[in-house]
Each structure stands twice: as structure tokens, then as C-alpha cells.
Design a protein around this ligand. Sequence first.
Ligand code: HEC
Ligand code: HEC
Length: 362
Amino acid sequence: MSSRWILLATSLLVAPLLAPGGARADSHGPGAAELSTQALSAQALSSQAKAIFGPLPDVASAPNRPLSSPRVDLGRMLYYDARLSKNHDISCNSCHQLDNFGVDSEPTSPGHKGQRGGRNSPTSLNAALHVTQFWDGREPDVEAQAKGPVTNPIEMAMPSPEAAVQVLRSIPGYKSLFEAAFPGESQPVTYDNMGTAIGAFERGLVTPGPLDAFMAGDLKALDARQQKGLSSFLARGCASCHLGPALGGTLYRKIGLINAYETADKGRIEVTGAEVDLYVFKVPSLRNIAKTGPYFHDGSVKKLSDAVRLMGHHQLGIELTKAELGDIVAFLESLTGKVDTRYVARPKLPASGPDTPKPDPS
Ligand code: HEC
Ligand code: HEC
């Protein structure tokens, strides 16, 4: 899928420069960005955006991950259930708050005993659309990803998958819920099924915004400034990396591709061992980006306009003007989507049983 996106993007990004009636960039006239901005009507811009980003699906489904409402409902409970943490004080929702665009707004997140890892918590919204999970893409999908934090010693800190399963089996109400979610299995309460159910819930965390209406032909869904920002975003080459329906999540790229970016985090090389993956990260989605700061894998940048400026410098080797920065930020605000408040509402959790382990602060 990613190579298809690259091809599409490459051909479409050059298209406006060659289109009849559109101005050609040359060394004498104004820059390419300016020319293609002028040349594109709202209609052309909508079509171009649609071809590069593509429509956002209602649900991030996958053929090998069948969804059912009992499974999604169970996943929602597990997402919110802090008893899956050693001290019963941390759930997925602690770091990926669904009433706060799937983030905790911290540079790095406090986990068990307030410990912090080295990376910023990305949003769980639309994450199921990504080719892989985590900044370095080390897990294939949301179902596999969900099994990581529960036993991560600085996150939810359960001593083992077995310990987590013991907790789930000790909560009487979960028995019938797992049975309904995984029909026909003789022992459905397993660690794998926990991950599968949480992933099923996450597949519904898709948030359409004004850009989607614009791509569907409602040309007033983006105001003039946002359209200008979208033009700049395309013409400046942001979409060579941030493409697909999530505006990201389809490729791996080095941070500091043109101008080095200082970071202690070596990125994807730790997953692949390949030298070419030094400082390479999964290109993040820009859906809801105006709401999910601070930015970058290290959470070091507070303001969205600074993140955009740094992208120009480090990834493209250009210094964006103040006006362009403002336009692009206005466009990025059109990626703030609608979170279905009923879908994400905190459910009532089944009560603990007599054998449910007690919170352990150690
Ligand atoms: C203590 C905070 C914390 C908790 C608790 C936590 N996460 Fe995360 N989550 C993170 C951080 C930090 C990352 C990025 C780590 C990395 O990339 O190495 C992350 C990454 C993710 C991603 C990848 C998103 C992407 O864009 O690649 C998903 C999805 C996710 N978490 C879902 C969950 C789920 C589901 C749970 C509960 C089972 C959970 N998280 C619990 C902090 C947390
Ligand atoms: C060569 C590929 C590439 C290009 C071009 C590029 N980006 Fe990025 N972008 C990335 C990568 C990789 C990251 C993640 C960097 C990190 O934190 O390690 C990122 C991160 C971001 C973030 C922060 C996301 C977050 O969740 O923290 C924003 C905002 C952003 N890019 C916007 C833009 C804009 C606007 C442009 C055009 C001016 C652009 N990018 C051009 C690859 C690219």
C-alpha cells in the first residue's frame, strides 16, 4: 500500500506545475508554491487532496481482524480498566485520554510510580489506520500493540501476561463478556484476546473533520486561508511524507533528513538493526494535530507553528515564511475531527471478585 501512495503523491505533486493553464515554476518567476497556489481552484484543490490523502474510512477495519459489537464493547471496557495495571491506577485512557483527543498533553507520560519513558504518547485516535504501531513501527497493528503497555514496567507494570489474565479471570463479569466477544472458544479469557478486543475498539476511533467534507466536494468546508494552507502543504512537499487518509502513518522517514535534528533517540534502527534506519521514525498522522501537542517523538515542541517551521527546516531544507506558517497551521486545524462522544464514553466496568488481586504500589 505504501508504494502506491508514494507513486500517487509523486505524480500528483508535480501535476499542478505542468497542468495546462497552470504556471510553470522556473528560475525567473515566483516560487513553485506561490504559482501552484494561484493556479489551483478550490475544485482542483479538493480533487488533488482527495487523490493524495483519500477518503477516511468509517472504521479502520482489517480482513484478519473481524469486528463485532460484543468485541468492541469489551475492548472499550478493557481500555478504561485500571485493574490491568499493577497498582490499579493506570489504564490506556490515562495516557490516551479519549476526552482529550487521545493524548495526555504531556511531553512524556507518567506511568507506574510516576516513571516516564523517553517518548511522547501519540494519540490513539485514527492510530489503527497506520501501517504499523509505535514511533518506530515495532508492532504490526493495534491488537498486537495493546499487549505491550500492560506489562511495560514503567507503564502499567503488570509482572507478566499471566498476571494480567489472572486479574481478568478473577472479575466474574468478564467471563460472559469474553465469551460473547470470542464465541466458540473454550477459554476465551486470554492475553491475546485482551489485545484483540482493545484493538477492535480502537478501530472505531476514526475522526472525520472539515478536510473530509472538502474532499467530498463541499468546497466551503475549508475557508480561504485553510485552502491556501492546503496548497502550501502540497506544493512545499509536506504531503510527500504526510499522505494517506491519516496524513501520515504510511511511511518511515528520518527526522533531520536535510538538516540534522538533535535527539538521543535512535529510532527504528533499534527495531531493524539496519544502519539506514538511524533516526528513522514512522511519519506520524496529522489528524487532530492541533489538539495533540506537544510535538515530535521527544515531545520537545509545544507550539504547532514551531513544529511546522522545524519540519520545513529539517525535512525539506526550506524556511517557511510567517504567512505560510500561519496558513499551514490554519489548514492543520481543519484536521481536528469529530470524536463520537457516545462511542468513547467511559463504560461501567464489571465489579471485582473476592480473588481479584489488590492494588500493589511497589
Ligand atoms: C504510561 C502511559 C501509557 C499507557 C498507560 C499506555 N500508553 Fe500507549 N503509548 C504510550 C507511549 C509513550 C507510546 C509511544 C511509545 C513508542 O513509540 O515507543 C504509546 C503508543 C501507543 C500507540 C501507537 C500509536 C501510533 O501512532 O503508533 C497506541 C495505539 C497505543 N499506545 C495504545 C495504547 C493502549 C491500547 C494502551 C492500554 C493497553 C496504552 N496505549 C497504554 C504511552 C502509554
Ligand atoms: C521527509 C518526510 C517529511 C516531510 C517532508 C515532512 N514531514 Fe512532518 N514529520 C515527519 C516525521 C518522520 C515526523 C516525526 C518526527 C519525529 O518526531 O521523530 C514528522 C512530524 C511532524 C509533525 C509532528 C507530529 C506529532 O504528532 O508530533 C508535524 C506537525 C508535521 N510533521 C508537519 C509537517 C509539515 C507541515 C510539513 C511540511 C512543511 C512536514 N511535516 C514535512 C516526516 C516529514
